[in-house]
Design a protein around this ligand. Structure first.
Ligand code: SAH
Ligand code: SF4
Length: 375
């Protein structure tokens, strides 16, 4: 594929025409510095045009590292015996929520392994209390029944993160011994029906993942119109079956950024985090992600004594920081980039496309209410 062909695809993106999967694959394969820089610059421009300069902060509480699942890539998988397991009590979680609200962060993200020890009513009660603190509430606690998702939505939960991890069925099957591709996708649809803002996403650099798979991921992000899309590099964990897998770091970094940038250009208004995993892979990775389409950061506000045990992948940055120091550090990062820290709840502001495609024409603004949801 010639340079000029790639320039043609880039120009198509600039004109807000859609790209086919094969065309995205070819852009992802591009290593020409000039074209890669042009993709990043276009993503940065579209980000400013569609979602502005504000960066949304989400206060993350990793409240349990106990998991019933055995995903091949993850350090929290149930077969990993080299991990000190913990569960935070509901009172402990709530107390962190109070501090997050006091610090002026408008969203709390509750994340854990799949840990049914926290039953649906307990979580619902916690959500109700957190909502009284004037916080948007995001859940990231895995696959549950429709009734449970419904109960939490009624309790006031605003968003749910459930990454598909890959939209390549065969790869999904190999990575998830106790999960089903369609069931996971169905959970995302149920969440959408219930009125959540729904987050999906992928990992970049998984063993056996082709550029075609990544292009398919991007097409699916577009097709399902996810509100949040978490795109991060896969980082092998030594205590997992994929522990010895290696990919060249700079190559993986660039591929993750290209995936992020093309996703921004094609989805326009999605909330795209600069992931901690990218900052772990390469120093300054999150800053670069914010310049390639990213508009969300997730300061880790898990109490320090637990944080070191939430080792989804090794070498995670900011593990030993004192509680709360993540936040000024991130605000500094945002300001150094000439951006601003958002002060609203940071719900997705959608633009409706009549045919679901980013044609750039016939756009009608549909704005989410910027206050907490009333169903
Ligand atoms: N149990 C929940 C939430 C916790 S896992 C769930 O699975 O949805 C949160 C995210 O961590 C996953 O979605 C996955 O994308 C990421 N993750 C897991 N293992 C990883 C690894 N080795 N490298 C990078 N990210 C990883
Ligand atoms: Fe559990 Fe989530 Fe890790 Fe899978 S990715 S093992 S569900 S914590």
């Amino acid at each position: 594929m010639s340079k000029s062909q790639r320039e043609i695809y880039l120009a198509k993106l600039d004109r807000e025409e859609n790209l086919e999967e094969e065309e995205i694959t070819l852009l992802l394969s591009c290593e020409d510095e000039e074209i890669v820089a042009a993709i990043f610059a276009l993503a940065d421009r579209k980000r400013r045009e569609y979602v502005g300069d504000a960066v949304h902060l989400r206060g993350l509480i990793e409240f349990s590292n106990i998991c019933r699942k055995n995903c091949l890539y993850c350090g929290l998988r149930r077969d990993n015996r080299n991990l000190k397991r913990y569960r935070m009590s509901v009172e402990e979680i709530y107390a962190v929520g109070v501090e997050i609200a006091r610090l002026g962060v408008k969203t709390v993200v509750l994340q854990s392994g799949e840990d049914p020890w926290y039953d649906a009513r307990t979580i619902a009660h916690l959500i109700r209390r957190l909502k009284k603190l004037d916080l948007a509430v995001t859940l990231s606690i895995g696959e549950r029944e429709r009734e449970e998702y419904a109960l939490w939505r009624e309790a006031g939960a605003d968003r749910y993160l459930l990454k598909q991890e890959t939209f390549d069925r065969e790869l999904f099957r190999r990575l998830h011994p106790d999960d089903d591709y369609d069931r996971r996708l169905a959970c995302q649809s149920i969440l959408r029906e219930l009125g959540y803002q729904v987050g999906s996403g992928n990992m970049v650099g998984l063993p056996g993942q082709s550029l075609e798979s990544l292009a398919r991921d991007i097409k699916n992000f577009q097709k399902w119109d996810f509100d949040m899309i978490g795109i991060g590099p896969f980082i092998p964990h030594p205590d997992t079956p994929l522990g010895s897998y290696r990919m060249e770091r700079e190559k993986q970094f660039l591929l993750t950024l290209k995936t992020l940038a093309i996703t921004r250009i094609l989805t326009r208004t999605a909330l795209l985090p600069a992931t901690t995993a990218l900052g772990t892979l390469v120093p300054g990775g999150r800053e670069k992600a914010l310049q390639c389409g990213g508009n969300v950061l997730m300061p880790n506000l898990t109490p320090s004594c637990y944080r070191e045990h939430y080792t989804i992948y090794p070498g995670k940055i900011c593990l030993t920081e004192e509680w709360g120091t993540c936040l000024p550090c991130m605000k500094g990062m945002v300001e150094r980039l000439g951006r601003t820290v958002a002060t609203d709840y940071g719900h997705r502001k959608k633009i409706g496309f009549p045919d679901g495609r980013p044609s750039g024409k016939d756009v009608t603004r549909q704005t989410f209410p910027d206050a907490g949801h009333s169903p």
